[in-house]
Design a protein around this ligand. Sequence first.
Ligand code: IVH
Length: 388
Amino acid sequence: MLYTPEQQKQYTELSKKFIQHPAGKSDINDLRAVLIFHEHKYYIEDNPLISDFEYDQLYKQLVRVEEQYPELITPDSPTQRVSVDTTGEFRSVPHTIPMLSLDNSYNEEDLVDFDHSVKKLCAIPYGEHVEYCVEPKFDGGSIAVIYENDLLTRAATRGNGIMGEEMTANAKAIPTIPLKAGFSKYHIRKVELRGEALIRKDRFSEINAEREREGLSIFANPRNAATGGLRMKDPNETRKRGLEAFIYQLAYAEDKDGNEVHKNFKTHHEGIELLGSLGFRIPHQEMKICRGIREVVDYCHQWQEKREDYPYEIDGMVIKVNSLDLQEKCGFTAHHPRWAVAFKFKAKQATSKLLKVEYQVGKGQHHTGGQNRACTSGRRYGFFYFAA
Ligand code: IVH
């Protein structure tokens, strides 16, 4: 857990104090820490401790103190998520290591073939079980984020896999991406993480309803709304779209001497859980360690059944060899890692049928007002409900 019970108590008490007696110059670090704490409770843990109104009061205090003492602004301040700059053209930047695709599988037989190929590559007898980590295949826009000396320094889209499009200002407008994370505690100076920017299905319907009212074209699916949101020229527009990001891969890590330290972790699961403990949104509940391919097949089928109930669009599951040693033994092709495979769900119902449902919803069953409250801070997007 990122915050100990003592810290939670301390930040709760400080929140009360600042709400009663507005903060001054000497409180700025505490005030900032309190806001970062509440952002974490809200966005990552889905367990807010204060109301939007209280959060906004605190946020406005920070804006006021920072305006008076701009020299005290830090790069991880919550105010730094809101940018006045426009992104302009997206600069092309190289990924630390290529962002490869995944090979696909469609049924049990394909998964058994994948398991055989892993065993062959790792010289594991067919009778033994390989440990796999299985997680949803999120259907949004892939992102690569770099932290150096604990600060978010660069974010990019996948691009062609070798070169991505730099969109750091837009990534900062996504509240589930921490501006600062304690990698230095693990002797990591630079790290590149991979993940997916997404829009919740309910937020997507809400956006389309808004667009329809404004006479704008509607998005065909949440993925288009998410990838478009990553490429907005104005980061404030990205913020309004209500993007969220799940991190699913620790792609690269180096220490202060430039040594690769990624392999200090034993497993993929361990690396991802560490990121969770540093404040990133990870698929903690959704990830499962499966012993052997039978468990993998069962877990994929379970998710195929419940995918409609999941709040985010997913188009399959990703199966990864859990041990990083074994991953290394498997290696890569030019196109994909040999240690991972995507299990693609069967296509959903016909698109025409789905579009009709969207259309009816858009025409009037919801939007009671009150949702999409544009707080100064840009908080609270994507959590509002439908009246239908
Ligand atoms: S791992 C080296 N895990 O699927 C490969 N990818 O074709 C690392 N994706 O666009 C990818 N959910 O962005 C991985 N849990 C997950 C994923 C995931 C979605 C996307 C990824 C890429 C595509 C791969």
